[in-house]
Design a protein around this ligand. Structure first.
Ligand SMILES: Nc1ncnc2c1ncn2[C@@H]1O[C@H](COP(=O)(O)OP(=O)(O)O)[C@@H](O)[C@H]1O
Ligand SMILES: [Mg+2]
Length: 312
């Protein structure tokens, strides 16, 4: 069996992306500036970000029995993401998300099939045999996520959680069983605020650390990230990018690059955050969640040109 360093549990979807000049009013018809179909899904994007940078990643999750599902699996194969635990569900549809981009900023309408097209524990009960060092999850399917986190903990696999705002809306009491087992959580600003009911990222991070989560990194878009542990709290600024084309997948790229740097290469927290900010900075200059995700050569070149301190 192939060795995998990082497994991701969560969603893989089709992104149907239209750039539009503005949102149409009811009854208005407008022309899109572009229209494309891309492979997407927060967890799947994350795993591709890891693989592009040379990490060995694998996807635990499901697609539907339709051409979209075949396309997503063949794309994983092309990207070198392991599909041992990627299940094709009979009688289920592959989710399609609708993404509208106005001046580089994304708005996403999520598919109702996302919740129904999922793996069962019986599909994947032996994933730990691949001996991954990290499990990363978005907790989209809570029942299965709780079970997989338990397996991870028993097998000494670290647990990383990305908390998107619509998952955070299910509330601390529904999610705490999973969140309290995390070795790290990396929400964006919205996710962090919602789960802690707080007004600022600092307050949110402090609350999560007090609950016992060892590392909290809150991503703050163009501002970068707020890194918090029990011992310290620090802003790691984003790189200054003028040509922002599409921020879809920025967080996923950050997470993937960070996981590889910190958990697999064993770099420091701060250096790993800089590396991940740089990966996301390259991503947002291209259309589509995965198009701009860099390989190691492009990322090193960007860091040489934009941050000499990285190599100190
Ligand atoms: N406008 C931007 N300029 C530079 N970097 C950005 C920008 N937007 C996002 N990023 C990078 O992507 C990371 C994640 O973006 P964010 O918007 O916080 O997450 P999400 O995509 O999950 O909403 C940021 O921490 C930063 O490194
Ligand atoms: Mg995100």
């Amino acid at each position: 069996m192939n060795q995998i360093d990082i497994v991701g549990l969560g969603e893989v979807v089709i992104d149907w992306v239209a750039e539009i000049p503005h949102f149409p009013k009811p009854d208005e018809k407008i022309n899109a500036l572009s229209e494309n179909i891309f492979p997407g899904g927060v967890t799947a994007n994350y795993l591709v970000a890891v693989a592009r940078l040379g990490g060995r990643s694998g996807f635990i999750g499901a697609v539907g029995s339709d051409p979209y599902g075949d396309f997503l699996i063949s794309d994983f194969n092309k990207e070198n993401v392991n599909t041992n635990w990627t299940i094709k569900k009979k009688d289920k549809k592959t989710p399609v998300n609708f993404i509208f981009i106005v001046k580089g900023e994304k708005s996403i309408i999520q598919s109702p099939h996302m919740l129904k097209t999922k793996v069962e524990i019986s599909d994947i009960d032996e994933f730990s045999l691949t001996k991954p060092r990290l499990l990363h999850t978005t907790m989209v399917h809570q029942d299965i996520t709780e079970k997989v986190i338990e397996i991870a903990k028993k097998n000494d696999i670290k647990v990383s959680i990305d908390l998107e705002s619509q998952i955070a809306q299910s509330g601390w009491s529904n999610l705490k069983k999973m969140l309290l087992k995390a070795d790290i959580i990396i929400p964006n600003k919205e996710g962090a605020k919602i789960i802690t009911n707080s007004n600022t990222p600092k307050e949110a991070a402090n609350i999560l650390i007090k609950k016992g989560i060892p590392i909290v990194i809150i991503t703050l878009g163009s501002k970068g990230v707020l890194l918090t542990t029990k011992q310290h709290q620090k802003m790691i600024p984003a790189y200054n990018i003028k040509n922002i084309v599409d921020t879809t997948g920025a967080g996923d790229t950050f997470n993937g690059a960070f996981s590889l740097a910190y958990w697999i290469k064993k770099w420091s927290l701060e250096k790993s955050c800089k590396y991940a900010n740089a990966a996301a900075a390259l991503k947002i200059q291209q259309l589509g969640a995965r198009t701009g995700m860099p390989n190691e050569i492009l990322l090193t070149k960007f860091l040489k040109e934009n941050d000499e301190s990285f190599f100190d």
